[in-house]
Design a protein around this ligand. Structure first.
Ligand SMILES: Nc1ncnc2c1ncn2[C@@H]1O[C@H](COP(=O)(O)OP(=O)(O)OP(=O)(O)O)[C@@H](O)[C@H]1O
Length: 333
């Protein structure tokens, strides 16, 4: 488990000025969880993730990894603890003078994975195979595409079987298809290992495809922390709504226009037809959309509801677990 307890971070600037970039942040990350930390540029995400492996020291508060306050450790103890924590960066950070396989072997050597050269070699080949690069072992990074370089970085980060994997904007520099391939690889790694993934990004779409839980940051604070599925049904903050980025644009709507949001669609048809009969109302579907979130689906429907008992029908729908809101000009899906 990783815990941040009342962590603040102040950077010292020139002219003796200071900048408070994390404000009393507390957060617990459970084992085998995959958590997305999202927010706009400058929210403090990179600072937060760097606190988790001691690359940044807190100005106050504690960072605990498996119960150990990492800032109480001596340098060699911190280095040892870092073997538990793999990190991947936006700009890959590969050594250009080393071949793909040697980049991975170097990381195994540094983390003292095994004394046996052949075991290290076997492991390096295994992880490069896992990220689909078996045919690139002897290439230099400069001969690889951005997506392939990021795969090498993933292989290097997971080679010594870390318990935690920190990912700092690792899909941000890639085109959408390549970014989704990277997410697929991480999902595969998640399935095959118990690694805990901490994924920093401003691309909520990547979090939707990878993570169970999402933390939204704004100006150095955590402003939302909930299951990804719940965030897509009822985001609480404007930042989350904007990051979801699914603004609807209906040309015409009125006081009877509503947006319905629901998890998984199995009962939805039945509930809607029951509601129509029970309250003698009419539904006119204006727009519909579904999103897959992990193994779940979130559905959105924009309806015009007419009849004498609309209020009762809405209460009924809500009691059946369907989120209902009046449609307004800035409604987000
Ligand atoms: N070493 C530093 N010294 C001074 N200020 C810093 C330092 N690192 C970050 N900052 C400032 O701290 C704030 C938070 O930066 P941080 O990189 O943690 O945010 P972020 O959410 O990751 O943003 P981005 O996605 O742009 O990297 C920013 O205003 C940034 O300018």
């Amino acid at each position: 488990m990783i815990e941040l307890v009342n962590v603040s971070k102040i950077y010292k600037l020139e002219n003796k000025k200071e900048s408070l970039v994390l404000k009393d942040v507390s957060l617990s990350i459970n084992e085998s969880e995959s958590i997305g930390i999202v927010g706009y540029s400058g929210a403090g995400k990179s600072t937060l993730i760097r606190l988790l492996n001691g690359l940044v020291k807190p100005s106050s508060g504690n960072v605990l990894v498996d119960g150990i306050d990492i800032n109480s450790l001596k340098k060699n103890e911190l280095n040892f603890l870092r073997h538990k924590i793999g990190m991947i960066f936006q700009d890959y950070n590969l050594l250009s003078s080393l071949k793909v396989i040697d980049n991975v072997l170097l990381s195994l050597k540094i983390s003292k994975y095994s004394d046996s050269k052949s075991e290290n070699l076997e492991r390096a080949k295994e992880v490069l195979n896992l990220v689909g690069l078996s045919d690139k072992l002897n290439e230099y990074p400069k001969n690889l595409s951005g997506g392939q370089r990021q795969r090498v970085a993933i292989a290097r980060a997971i080679a010594s079987k870390p318990k935690y994997l920190l990912c700092d904007e690792i899909t941000s520099a890639l085109d959408n298809n390549t970014a989704l391939e990277i997410i697929e690889i991480l999902n595969d790694i998640k399935e095959k290992t118990n690694v805990t993934i901490i994924f920093i990004t401003h691309q909520l779409e990547m979090v939707r495809k990878l993570c169970d839980r999402v933390v939204v940051m704004d100006s150095g604070e955590i402003i939302e922390d909930q299951k990804v599925l719940e965030l897509f049904i009822s985001p609480k903050t404007k930042t989350a709504k904007t990051l979801i980025n699914l603004k609807t644009e209906l040309d015409e709507y009125n006081d009877n226009t509503f947006i319905l949001k629901y998890k998984n669609s199995a009962n939805k048809e039945r509930i809607l037809s029951e509601t129509i009969k029970k309250f003698e109302i009419d539904f006119n579907i204006l727009s519909a959309k579904t999103l897959d979130i992990g193994k779940n689906i979130v559905g959105y429907l924009i309806l015009e509801i007419t009849g004498n008992r609309v209020d009762e029908a809405i209460i009924y729908l809500k009691n059946k677990g369907i989120e209902v809101e009046k449609y307004e000009v800035d409604t987000y899906w």
